[in-house]
Design a protein around this ligand. Structure first.
Ligand SMILES: Nc1ncnc2c1ncn2[C@@H]1O[C@H](COP(=O)(O)OP(=O)(O)OP(=O)(O)O)[C@@H](O)[C@H]1O
Length: 307
């Protein structure tokens, strides 16, 4: 963890809140996997012994565990947490790419998902990928011609746009994917780490586009390990830890709490870090809004999952 604690008070981004767009209700995603596949996280003594003896048991990984919240138009929500905390799984369920074990997600429109591995073709040039991507998003060839200059400007990768994508750096690829997905100014945009690799200029363009989506009463979700990215780009943040929601609040507050916890953990101050987790949980319990409350989701009718 390269980040250090920053105690300077931050103002954060403030936006007027609109109607609910996404409601996540008591969502859990549990995977049943062979014990030898579980590499990360805590392993019991019994499990260690079983592995040493070569026994293979089926264990449950609680990737997301009983998470609830309501997102509103005009919000950009950062999802922050350590490796394996459930960030990508949560985003995939909101995108409708994965079915939850229990709970559900309601959304006012189908979210646009922008993953690090969004399917672009490495052999084709950036320009060809833009055209194909836009056609795949349902645009007509005439619309594609109109939209391409906007995507090129947002991607900002110059002449490299005519080179095969397999020659791009991960940052260039990420910017291109963001530019294609954001060209639609979707009502609900889900981004998985794609912005973390950009340089300063591209980050500013991405930030401006996210602000524009927010102004048009859209909702943006951004998954990142980097508390700073979340703080700079989001209005609100959710901290996940081992699948559990630890804190939900203004991005600068959550980013600061997360950073302080991660810093203590990195310094080996485990007891202090555990205490900070407990404090954050207590704060969440004191502020939580229950999505079961009919007033919070009365405007949400369509299920996020196409099936
Ligand atoms: N398809 C799967 N089958 C089994 N376990 C999975 C699967 N997908 C994710 N997991 C497990 O679920 C947990 C959460 O994974 P997830 O990728 O959502 O975390 P993350 O916070 O996005 O991690 P990272 O920051 O490392 O990308 C991890 O323990 C992971 O190993």
């Amino acid at each position: 963890m390269s980040e250090s604690p920053d105690d300077a008070p931050k103002k954060g981004i403030e936006v007027p809140l609109g109607e609910p767009t996404v409601s996540v209700r008591r969502l859990s995603v549990h995977y049943r996997v062979s014990s030898s596949e579980v590499e990360r996280g805590w392993v019991s003594r019994r499990e260690r012994l079983a592995r040493r003896l070569g026994w293979n048991r089926i264990v449950t990984v609680r990737a997301v565990n009983d998470v609830s919240f309501v997102a509103r138009a005009g919000e950009s929500i950062g999802i922050v947490g350590h490796n394996g905390s459930g960030k990508s799984t949560l985003l995939r369920v909101i995108a409708g790419l994965e079915t939850p074990t229990t709970g559900d997600v309601l959304a006012t429109s189908t979210p646009t998902f922008l993953g690090v591995n969004a399917a672009l073709m490495p052999e084709l040039s950036g320009m060809e990928n833009i055209r194909l991507g836009l056609l795949a998003m349902g645009h007509t060839p005439r619309e594609v011609r109109k939209i391409v200059p906007d995507v090129l400007q947002l991607a900002g990768i110059g002449d490299a746009i005519h080179r095969p994508m397999k020659t791009y750096s991960s940052g260039m690829g990420a910017r291109l994917r963001f530019a294609i997905a954001a060209s639609d100014r979707p009502e609900i945009l889900l981004i998985d780490e794609a912005l973390a690799t950009g340089d300063v200029a591209s980050k500013e363009r991405s930030e401006a586009r996210m602000a524009e989506i927010r102004r048009q009463a859209g909702t943006v979700f951004l998954v990142s390990h980097a508390a700073q990215t979340i703080e700079e780009m989001c209005t609100r943040a959710i901290w996940l830890h081992q699948g559990e929601m630890i804190l939900d609040g203004p991005a600068y507050e959550v980013a600061r709490a997360y950073r302080w916890w991660a810093w203590n953990l990195a310094k080996g101050e485990v007891a202090k870090a555990n205490g900070l987790l407990e404090d954050a949980r207590a704060q969440l319990r004191a502020t939580v809004v229950h999505p079961e409350d009919p007033t919070t989701d009365r405007h949400i009718s369509r299920h996020a999952h196409p099936s």
